[in-house]
Design a binder for this molecule. Structure first.
Ligand SMILES: NC(=O)c1ccc[n+]([C@@H]2O[C@H](COP(=O)([O-])OP(=O)(O)OC[C@H]3O[C@@H](n4cnc5c(N)ncnc54)[C@H](O)[C@@H]3O)[C@@H](O)[C@H]2O)c1
Length: 253
């Protein structure tokens, strides 16, 4: 099960953190992986890691806010490997800002990367996937996406972007089901990545959060990557338009 041989995957935001784990996990199941992010050099290091483990991968610089670059990179990936089967829309930023201090530039930057970027990468991917009547698009949101009672201080732009991802996924799942493309969301809880360390949460905030998580620890990127592999696989054939939380039980507590 969960074999991805002969599949081609593209992961955005894959130079580090969860994107890196997703790229490694997909390659581990046999997929050829396009490792993309804003830094080509750092993507190249992930490619070397994949190759050292016997996998196949290549690196591209891809800023998901740049429409021309999206078109070009997806085109180059298809030229190299002949197809595109799996997209992991992982690129995202979290720059804490209280709502009363939020500027238009803050708001636009977060929405452009986290929401608009996911939409236009999905649209470009779907054009390729439709040719083979098979595709898997995995959109990374967050438990901070509305509807589940998790508001996050200083994150109105972030939560709006992540809630938007859930909404657009439900629509894309309907529009693209006839094309053989399944579209789903993963909503991680708190996962140990550079994003969390850069947000510089105080020990008190972290302890208070862990007190609410039944598994009493922060998650690992690999624990989210396992869900990515499942949703990318043939075995997820009857799963579309759904949101899966990987949160250590946070929402159940
Ligand atoms: N870490 C968490 O606790 C957590 C929780 C819920 C959701 N998420 C989401 O998971 C995803 C991965 O985050 P992470 O925790 O690994 O953080 P991270 O900061 O380590 O990784 C995010 C990646 O996105 C890339 N990126 C930023 N702007 C980009 C752009 N314009 N174009 C392309 N790539 C860009 C960054 O360079 C970085 O490599 C994000 O969408 C994030 O919102 C993270």
């Amino acid at each position: 099960m969960f074999e991805l041989k002969n599949k081609v995957a593209l992961v955005t935001g894959a130079r580090r953190g969860m994107g890196q784990a997703h790229a490694l996990a997909l390659a581990g199941q046999g997929a050829k992986v396009a490792v993309t992010d804003i830094s080509l050099e750092e993507c190249q290091k992930v490619v070397e890691e994949i190759k050292a483990q016997g996998g196949e991968a290549a690196a591209w610089k891809l800023d998901v806010t740049n429409q021309a670059e999206i078109d070009q990179v997806f085109g180059e990936v298809v030229k190299k490997w002949g197809r595109l089967d799996i997209l992991v829309n992982n690129a995202g930023i979290f720059k804490p800002k209280m709502a009363l201090e939020m500027t238009e530039a803050d708001w636009d930057q977060t929405l452009d990367i986290n929401l608009k970027g996911e939409f236009f990468c999905a649209q470009r991917a779907a054009k390729e996937m439709a040719k083979n009547k098979w595709g898997r698009i995995i959109n990374i949101a967050s438990i901070a996406s509305g509807g589940v009672g998790v508001g996050v201080m200083a994150a109105s732009h972030y939560t709006a972007s992540k809630g938007g991802i859930v909404g657009l996924t439900e629509t894309l799942a309907q529009e693209w089901a006839p094309l053989g493309i399944n579209v789903n969301v993963i909503g991680p809880g708190a996962i140990d990545t550079p994003m969390i360390s850069e947000a510089q949460m105080s020990k008190e905030v972290m302890d208070a959060f862990l007190a609410n998580v039944p598994l009493k620890r922060i998650g690992k990127a690999e624990e989210v990557a396992a869900m990515v592999v499942f949703l990318a696989s043939e075995e997820a054939s009857y799963v579309t338009g759904a949101t899966f939380f990987v949160d250590g039980g946070w929402l159940a507590a």
